[in-house]
Design a protein around this ligand. Structure first.
Ligand code: FMN
Length: 135
């Protein structure tokens, strides 16, 4: 059953552009082969990430992420079984959103799938929507 993790965090104070690039590259390279979908947004010093996939794979990546010193104040927003993935047909895999245009695209996608008939997934979608609009 699909498991998903949604969290927010703050970039480490000394994080530079290259660090962000490295993080984005690791996510792009590692998640697709593990069939982990979702997205990683970096905006104004904050990260928002959704990981969805098999529980074991998601937790393996999430455990690594939690130990990463390039961010702090990691706040889990939602950790739940959703039954289905909401983001696997979005950009055919894991999505990196490191500029305003891509964040805007993600917001549009979220509003498209808002009324999906899957209560657990809808919870994720509503939270993502609210956080993206507050970021
Ligand atoms: C905010 C944040 C998000 C991250 N997201 C991912 C991710 O989705 N997938 C991933 O493999 N690594 C992610 N990382 C990096 C991991 O902490 C770790 O550095 C990386 O998985 C190591 O992979 P590598 O051995 O291929 O370099 C993230 C790091 C940070 C700070």
């Amino acid at each position: 059953m699909t498991y998903s993790v949604l969290y927010i965090s703050s970039a480490a104070p000394d994080l530079n552009h290259n660090d962000v690039q490295d993080i984005m590259e690791a996510a792009a390279a590692n998640n697709d082969p593990l069939q982990i979908s979702g997205f990683l947004v970096f905006d104004d010093g904050n990260f928002l990430q959704l990981l969805e996939g098999e529980e074991e794979q998601v937790n393996m990546i999430y455990d690594r992420i939690k130990k990463d010193l390039r961010h702090r104040n990691i706040i889990p927003v939602l950790e739940q079984h959703t039954g289905i993935k909401g983001f696997d047909f979005y950009h055919s895999g894991f999505r990196i959103c490191d500029n305003p245009k891509l964040v805007e695209e993600l917001k549009n996608y979220v509003s498209l799938i808002r009324n999906i008939e899957a209560p657990q997934l809808r919870k994720t979608i509503n939270l993502v929507d609210a956080i993206l609009h507050a970021m």
